[in-house]
Design a protein around this ligand. Structure first.
Ligand code: ATP
Ligand code: MG
Length: 417
């Protein structure tokens, strides 16, 4: 079956400035999710002949025709009649629908007016779609060229019927859709900065659908494309994914949704036959823990020094007392000396250092709470980066771990800054 649809909203009130047709938007949204394009939306007043013509013309053009409204019990509700006429079929009384109506009126303790019985008439060959939120049932039928559906006008009745009854009937008659996803795992940029950067690209597309998820120092961009073939889905992912990749650049550390930052670092260390040690103060061993998360980490992880006091920075890492005295333990030179000391003591190729004020107390005028120095010593020399993370002890420590792993990743990939 083809994939184009037309929607006809019925009701003279929708032609006045007072009432807006919102049902067609609801219907379009749901059809688009199925990969169906809406090629026409029409509004027709409560006129049986005009409506008959409109339905007939729509069915000639499009495989899916969806009608909204005009299913009420009164004389001006002409949708059932017009649809039957357009199809050249009869309306038949559904005994089942009749008793549904009788029961419903009994439940609300009201007498049923004779014209309510109009709502129990069904187009020959149509399937009834129950309406738990009102009296007018929906109808669904196969025609020579496709599908015709009748939905009630009140939005609070239409929406649930659309989602619970109509969409499940359409899905199996539509061409198979392939779903493909592309994921970017990103670090070194905040969520709002990332969104500002890439929103101009992805907001232009509904398909693929883009979502951004975030944990401290760890962002995910998910693209989800739906298309008739794998090739077309891949093409959509390229169309949106490639410009995103271009904009975010080396801050993307993996396109494998399962590959965490420490797994990337492990892969790169193995590849270059390098090893790593850690010298941690503020992060209390969290970096070492991450570097030993994976099985087989002994092939690249050598040692972790947790040196919380100045004294232990001196004793375990060989940092000079005067350096600490002159600069304080949270400083660029001490971070460098910690990393260099750990590298020397352990014999590892690289050593990471972390020193900072995780908070809530501590900090100085120049280096307030949230300031963290991350160092990396290696064969090419020593780098230190200062971060200002703001408040939140857990957050500061989590960010420091991500960024120290990322500094090693960038170094191993020879990415500058
Ligand atoms: P009822 O049994 O309630 O008469 P119906 O199927 O005949 O159901 P209508 O009489 O066409 O529905 O519309 C009922 C209510 O739903 C009205 O308030 C109308 O404005 C609203 N409505 C109808 N069509 C739409 C639409 N396309 N968009 C938004 N609201 C609509
Ligand atoms: Mg009505």
């Amino acid at each position: 079956m083809g994939k184009t649809a037309e929607i006809i909203a019925i009701g003279s009130e929708l032609l006045t400035p007072q009432r807006l047709d919102t049902n067609s938007l609801t219907i379009t949204e749901q059809l688009n999710l199925l990969g169906v394009d809406v090629v026409g939306k029409h509004i027709i007043g409560d006129d049986r002949n005009l409506l008959t013509d409109a339905i007939r013309a729509a069915m000639n053009r499009s495989a899916i025709v969806i009608l909204s409204g005009g299913l009420g019990p009164t004389e001006d509700d002409v949708t059932r009649d017009a649809a039957a006429a357009a199809l050249g079929r009869k309306l038949v009384l559904s005994l089942e629908q009749e008793s549904v109506l009788i029961n419903r009126f009994r439940q609300i303790n009201r007498p049923m007016a004779a014209n309510n019985l109009r709502q129990a008439y069904v187009i020959e060959g149509a399937e009834v779609m129950p309406n738990p939120n009102g009296t007018a049932p929906g109808q669904f039928l196969f025609t020579d060229r496709g599908v015709l559906a009748l939905l009630p006008g009140p939005p609070r009745e239409l929406r649930p019927m659309l989602i619970d009854e109509l969409i499940p009937r359409l899905r199996p008659v539509l061409p198979v859709q392939v779903i493909k996803v592309r994921t970017f795992r990103i670090t070194g940029i905040g969520e709002s900065d990332l969104d500002t950067l890439i929103a101009p690209v992805y907001t232009k597309y509904q398909n693929p659908a883009t979502t951004v998820l975030s944990a401290p120092g760890d962002l995910f961009v998910h693209l989800r494309a739906v298309a008739p073939t794998e090739k077309e889905a891949d093409e959509l992912l390229r169309e949106v994914g490639n410009p995103i990749a271009e904009l975010v650049g080396a801050k993307i550390y993996s396109e494998d949704p399962e590959e965490s930052l420490d797994a990337v670092v492990a892969r790169l260390l193995r590849k270059s036959h390098a090893t790593v040690a850690t010298a941690e103060s503020a992060s209390g061993g969290l970096v070492a823990a991450r570097l030993t998360d994976l099985g087989g980490s002994s092939s690249y992880f050598v040692a972790g020094y947790v040196t919380y006091t100045d004294q232990q920075k001196i004793e375990m890492l060989g940092v000079s007392p005067s350096l600490i005295q002159k600069n304080t333990a949270v400083s660029q030179p001490v971070a460098a000396a910690m990393a260099e000391g750990a590298r020397k003591k352990s014999g590892a190729t690289y050593a990471i250092s972390v020193t900072g004020y995780a908070g809530p107390s501590g900090g100085t005028e120049y280096d307030p709470v949230g300031t963290v120095f991350i160092g990396l010593a290696g064969p090419e020399g020593t780098r230190v980066v200062r971060y200002r993370y703001g408040v939140g002890r857990d957050r500061v420590r989590a960010l420091a771990v991500q960024h120290s792993l990322d500094l090693l990743r960038r170094t191993l990939l020879r990415i500058e800054n």
